[in-house]
Design a protein around this ligand. Structure first.
Ligand SMILES: Nc1ncnc2c1ncn2[C@@H]1O[C@H](COP(=O)(O)OP(=O)(O)O)[C@@H](O)[C@H]1O
Ligand SMILES: [Mg+2]
Length: 256
């Protein structure tokens, strides 16, 4: 059975139909990479999976929790759904006035009511795993962007979610530290975490993804293995998108 099942998601902002009927399944232990042009609805879809966004229609099931957005889910139902996920944001969103360790333990202690000692022990273990064992007492402002994002990932892991959601986790980073974060994500994939990753890092997708989903204008245009979607895309829109991101100067050249 799928870990995540999404059926018929529709989300509108005003008269902008952003998600126009998306179905998606994610199997346990797999990595799904979501690609698509800016504004096509990737963030909105990801946020709809854990109730950060409220679609008008659609059913999302994660593990043993099912939310039917058409029947006005209660805040408690949304909280249960969200507790199944860990979300890694584009900008890490750490609390600047809390230490690294406090940032990681905040959710488990106050959200999940985990005993503080236990949460701190897990937090230190996770900091070791993301290569920041010596930064527990540092503040976010003392860390590089890449280190901050690795804390953001540790914070998501601390909630012990079933599904990790990444929304362009490296797009706000300096190029030379993007690799650190991608390597950490590859390690998590190898450890068996189930992940949905919005990213433009095509090499990462080729190496790590189980499935690649190409979204355009709020619908899934094409999905399949990295080989199918990235190397041999069958849809012209997928080919056009890949051409643009792999060779950003191509248009200019053909125009001149
Ligand atoms: N909170 C919001 N209010 C109004 N419009 C929004 C909101 N969030 C996203 N949108 C619009 O929805 C569309 C898809 O946005 P988004 O999901 O962020 O796309 P992507 O992540 O693929 O770049 C865009 O047209 C964006 O302007
Ligand atoms: Mg986005």
């Amino acid at each position: 059975m799928s870990l995540l099942s999404v059926r018929g998601i529709h989300k509108t902002f005003g008269d902008n139909q952003v998600i126009q009927g998306i179905d998606l399944d994610i199997e346990p232990g797999t990595v799904t990479v979501i690609i698509g042009p800016s504004g096509c609805g990737k963030t909105t879809l990801l946020r709809s999976l854990n109730g950060l966004e409220t679609p008008e229609q659609g059913v999302v099931s994660i593990d043993d929790i099912e939310v039917d957005y058409a029947s006005k889910p209660t805040p408690a139902q949304i909280r249960k759904l969200r507790s199944k996920t860990g979300f890694v944001f584009q900008a890490h969103n750490l609390f600047p006035h809390l230490s690294v360790l406090q940032n990681i333990t905040e959710g488990p202690i106050y959200g999940n009511k985990q005993p503080p000692e236990e949460a701190r022990a897990l937090g230190r273990t996770l900091l070791e795993q993301v290569g920041l064992a010596d930064k527990a007492d540092a503040y976010p402002g003392d860390l590089s962007g890449g280190q901050q994002q690795r804390v953001g990932i540790a914070r998501a892991l601390a909630l012990q979610p079933k599904l990790l959601l990444f929304d362009e986790p490296t797009s706000a980073l300096d190029p030379e530290i993007v690799g650190d974060v991608l390597q950490l994500m590859r390690k998590l994939a190898r450890e068996g975490w189930t992940m949905a990753v919005v990213t433009h890092e095509i090499q990462f997708a080729k190496q790590v993804a189980t499935n690649v989903v190409f979204i355009d204008q709020g619908v899934i245009v094409e999905q399949g293995s990295p080989q199918q979607v990235l190397t041999n895309p069958s849809h012209p829109r997928t080919r056009e998108f890949l051409r643009r991101i792999l060779d950003p100067l191509a248009d200019e050249e053909s125009a001149s």
